[in-house]
Design a protein around this ligand. Sequence first.
Ligand code: NAD
Ligand code: SER
Length: 297
Amino acid sequence: MAKDKILVIGASGQIGVELTMALRKIYGNANVIASDLREQNPLLQGTGPYVSLDVMNKEMLHVQVIRQNITQIYLLAAILSATGEKNPNLAWNLNMTGLLNVLDIAREEKLHKVYWPSSIAVFGPTSPRQNCPQQTIIEPTTVYGISKYAGEFWCNYYHQRFGVDVRSIRYPGLISYKSAPGGGTTDYSVEIFHEAMEEKKYECFLQEDTYLPMMYMPDAIRGTIELMEAPASKISVRHSYNLSGMSFSPKEIAAAIQKHIPDFTISYKPDYRQHIGHKALMIPWPVTIGVGNRSMI
Ligand code: NAD
Ligand code: SER
């Protein structure tokens, strides 16, 4: 079979930058095409091809897929939880239309595989707070969570009905240092490190005892690529897999930073994101299905 040619949509974002670099290492720079609505992230410059692309423009997306002989798509373009609550229509439109455009094109062009991430945001206040199982009560209360849960069903539908090999992970909040987060409730866990280094203080938009599930970016990238490289026969979940790392609160992460920067201080000014955190994401999620034990699939 000819070598896979991969299109990453949303490559300039927090996950896109690191995932594109990791994919280029495996598949070769020329075989991984980065694309985004915004300009190329400086970290990707000179590492491989880049095209400017709007996932909402199905025709242009289709043209690129044919022109570039694409066989796999990683769809990362989305509006995240905090930005979504400010503009619910935009979040619903982008998160749904973008996914359906990609799934339709994957079906028509018989792409080998599609990757689309879901999120812990699918879980709402009625989901179990510890050892949250794969199949459980799922009643999201944010537009972001609703769009992710609906997206999971679309993925399963396109797989069952049209045979599209689409795979998905419910990422926890991802902590990275290479690229900035893009409007989520878990963003505080990245900002706090930058502010600690630059200002030695941080004003947190969540309460000190808000526990959220988190994961370090390299683990998420590894989990994603391992899922995508697994034989199709081993993929038993076509909605989206749970994947967990750790849960901690702002108070705990501040205490950990103080071990390295003793004069670091944290203050708390909860805003609308506290509401999102409490309602949709505040689930201590100890390791149930981790990348470490390879029991994901
Ligand atoms: P991000 O906001 O950092 O990046 C998204 C990228 O998509 C941006 O570069 C943006 O310019 C691009 N984009 C937006 N609209 C577009 C359009 N119409 N066409 C093409 N590109 C467009 O987001 P991220 O954190 O990298 O998240 C990527 C995916 O992972 C999303 O689906 C998100 O819901 C999911 N996810 C992220 C996290 C996390 O903690 N980062 C956790 C769970 C799930
Ligand atoms: N980091 C993401 C958010 O907070 C989780 O999906 O929106």
